[in-house]
Design a protein around this ligand. Structure first.
Ligand code: PLP
Length: 390
């Protein structure tokens, strides 16, 4: 007799976390490791957030909050929609979450049943696929390549023969960094609305764009979407585990009950501090200027090293590039790159299990000196590899 363990726990690893573990292990042995694998700002939380956290530690009991979060934080988030997008969002529809990761779990549980089918671009952020799989929801991967700018399109959806219950969009996307143009976004929303397909819009990279297409908040087009956002990226607060959702009316009560039971409440200290984040725009926009500089360094270096097939990096802080014909598979490529140069990178299979063997993602959220050093090591290393191959 074997002890029982659930099939649903057998999901794919989040490969980037495994690369980070390997990179940390090398660093602990004294190796000089440059972290271009994880999408996490080199900077910490902005000064205003730190001051608010200190004040909360000194003055607050920091107990449980309501499951949907502190009223003052929900008010601040509604204010963000007003100021940043000119949108009126009722505070009652805002749910504060333990990072956007909790938002995915809560909204997927509330919106989709076992056996439902949810579409997303391949490549996509791996946790969408892995969380849905754990919940028994079928993942429908839309093979989105350079012609589609690595994003779902109505044509890709029309090519899908089975029924669809959900569609996940992320613009800017992880890993490709591409954005969906306003017209195409509206077409996707109309397609979903006409067919009762629940749209989940992951807007975690809003605020980090580089002058290309405009950000489209799903709430400007529909009130039926689940909107997911977070303090992790633009707000530079990954470890605080704080995010939020804007929910459609019909999912409010189910998500509230799930939230009460699964998490009780998001972390109170992070919530108190997070209220201050919306007043830290100057400091945060300076980070975006640093990302722009880092992006330019990599976009200049990669072609020099022979990597010329690169996704348009409209936003977020990633470069997603195709390997050269003579390069090994992306898992092996990233393993060798870390071993021989100390540069940690993420193999494309994390984002696209079927076609990601020929792609790699670099995060440029780090310090500019590190990105510059990584670019130099990559060029030197790739140059040697290219010579060996001919
Ligand atoms: C597209 C996307 N969504 C969500 C997340 C999860 O973020 P968090 O749980 O820190 O809010 C990430 C993290 O890298 C991401 O890239």
């Amino acid at each position: 007799m074997a002890l029982k363990s659930a099939r649903r726990g057998h999901i794919d690893p989040f490969i980037v976390m495994e690369v980070m573990r390997a990179a940390n292990a090398r660093a602990a042995e004294g190796a000089d490791v440059l972290h271009l694998e994880v999408g996490q700002p080199a900077s910490g939380a902005p000064a205003g957030v730190l001051a608010a956290a200190h004040a909360a530690l000194d003055g607050d009991r920091l107990g449980y909050t309501e499951a949907f979060g502190l009223p003052a934080l929900r008010t601040a988030i509604a204010g963000h929609y007003r100021h940043h997008y000119g949108l009126q969002v009722p505070e009652s529809r805002i749910a504060v979450t333990t990072g956007s990761s909790a938002g995915f779990l809560l909204s997927f549980l509330a919106a989709f049943d076992v056996g439902d089918r949810v579409a997303m671009a391949a490549p996509s952020y791996p946790a969408y696929r892995n969380i849905l799989s754990a919940l028994g929801v079928e993942v429908v991967e839309l093979p989105a390549g350079p012609d589609e700018r690595y994003q779902p399109t109505v044509a890709l959806l029309e090519a899908e023969t089975g029924p669809l219950h959900g569609l996940i969009l992320a613009s800017p996307s992880n890993p490709a960094g591409t954005m969906i143009e306003a017209d195409a976004f509206a077409d996707l929303v109309a397609y979903c609305t006409a067919r009762d397909i629940r749209l989940v819009s992951d807007e975690i990279y809003h605020g980090i764009t580089f002058g290309g297409p405009r950000e489209v908040p799903a709430l400007a087009l529909t009130q039926q979407a689940v909107v997911i956002n977070s303090f992790s990226k633009y707000f530079s607060m990954t470890g605080w585990r704080l995010g939020w959702m804007v929910l459609p009316e019909d999912l409010l009560r189910p998500v509230e009950c799930l939230s009460q039971n699964l998490f009780i409440s998001p972390p109170a200290l992070s919530q108190r501090a997070g209220i201050a984040a919306f007043a830290c725009g100057d400091e945060l926009d300076a980070h975006v200027r640093r990302y722009a500089e880092n992006r330019a360094i990599l976009l200049e270096a990669l072609p020099r090293a022979g990597f010329t097939h690169i996704a348009p990096a409209d936003g977020a802080f990633y470069i997603y590039f195709h390997l050269r014909p003579h390069d090994p598979d992306s898992l092996e490529f990233c393993r060798l790159l870390l071993e021989q140069t100390g540069v940690a990178a993420t193999p494309g299979v994390d984002f696209d299990p079927a076609r990601g063997h020929r792609t790699v993602r670099l995060s440029f959220a780090g310090a500019t000196g590190e990105i510059r050093a990584a670019a130099a090591r990559l060029c030197a290393w790739a140059g040697v590899a290219a010579q060996l191959a001919v």
